[in-house]
Design a protein around this ligand. Sequence first.
Ligand SMILES: Cc1cc2nc3c(=O)[nH]c(=O)nc-3n(C[C@H](O)[C@H](O)[C@H](O)COP(=O)(O)OP(=O)(O)OC[C@H]3O[C@@H](n4cnc5c(N)ncnc54)[C@H](O)[C@@H]3O)c2cc1C
Length: 415
Amino acid sequence: MFDYMMTAEQIKLRDEAREFVKSIPRELILDMDAERVQFPREFLREAGKRNLLGIRIPKEYGGRGLRWVDDIIVAEEMGVASYSLACLWGVGGDIVAEAIVEFGEEELKGEIVIPLLKGEVCAAECLTEPRGGSDFFGSTTKARKVGGDWVITGQKRFIVGAEGADWFMVYAVTNPDAPEHERISCFMVPRTKGVETKYIYGLMGVRGGGAGRLILNEVKVPERFALNGINGGFDVFVRNMIPERLGTSAMTIGSVRPAIEIATRYTSRRKAFGQPIANFQAVGFKVADSVMLLDASRAMVYATARAVDSGTVHPGRVRRMISETKKFVTESAWTIANNCMQVMGGIGYTNIYPLERILRDIRLALIWVGTNEIMDLIIQHEWYKEYLRPETAQISRNVEMDAPNADKEEEKVFE
Ligand SMILES: Cc1cc2nc3c(=O)[nH]c(=O)nc-3n(C[C@H](O)[C@H](O)[C@H](O)COP(=O)(O)OP(=O)(O)OC[C@H]3O[C@@H](n4cnc5c(N)ncnc54)[C@H](O)[C@@H]3O)c2cc1C
């Protein structure tokens, strides 16, 4: 976040996060990228010890009890460590913990959220299936009632943290004949009989975070493990769009920030034609554009965080702002990473600098937690709905009349 906008407490929080990030051994980052480490449990344990998991979760469940404007500060710093570490940080403490606090029974909060935020147990969010991730309602994982329990069968894929998770937040169809919004439930599933994970993907980036396949074979869970009750999964899904996409945006800023720092230092020192290459506009302007995109991204993340924190902004508008933020920030990050690699010349493409890892990592941001095409769909849908509401249309001046021939109604043909 912008330091000039932070309170003294927020600066302290940022510095705590920075201290933690500085303490992460470089070997861990290298080992994760080389997949010598498949799941960095110790990282989450240490974050938990420092009370850096669950920034927005109430203190009674082990969080910090803060707001989104605080959460994005920590999320950005976590991104600096690596995108993979930041994602694991966000999945448990931001996404799963919030869903349980918001929609779970009291008992579950003690059973899962408290140990999760201490870093003693880990959790994964399981939405995407082999048959597709964008189409939430097309879920084929099913649960059927047997006595007082529910028995789940199906598969999920690309699940961050699957390899190390103790708890899986799983969406499954519980009422196939109901309308879409009342068809799906969201269960907390422990690693128990019938749960199998497979670490099978060779990923381009964001490695070492345990992303894998989850296989559920007749897994029995009690009804109280359903968040928001049976058939109440849609509300959990909608609510989760906020931590998934706003959190991802803030982490993405942190993950790409080091690229600009590396490129700025390098281009100030590297000489060609007798002078530092930063003096060539073709180089300096690419860095300038990158800084501009990073600042604009931060401003969007901050404005959206304020909107969510206020609790007064229409949910449709919040959905639009979140989607705009996710799309803008992730596409900007991709441009920034490429700009930074370009101005470094050949050395930027090697593993002498971590730029090539940052570029590989960042590419995922445009695909996951809802692809940017899905962001377009939401932005389009919510904008038309919001703008065409009669209350919205009446707010502005009727600018259509500010044209010389505006009164020629017969020329305004629509069909
Ligand atoms: C490393 C990694 C980690 C991940 N972590 C998780 C995780 O922890 N939990 C989880 O649940 N998922 C996770 N995902 C899954 C990710 O969120 C999905 O891959 C993503 O949502 C897209 O789903 P899909 O791959 O099935 O693509 P599809 O849904 O098949 O989409 C393919 C293409 O079609 C486009 N498309 C689809 N529908 C439309 C439409 N209506 N309009 C326009 N375009 C459309 C998409 O934008 C995309 O370009 C992860 C993925 C990766 C690669």
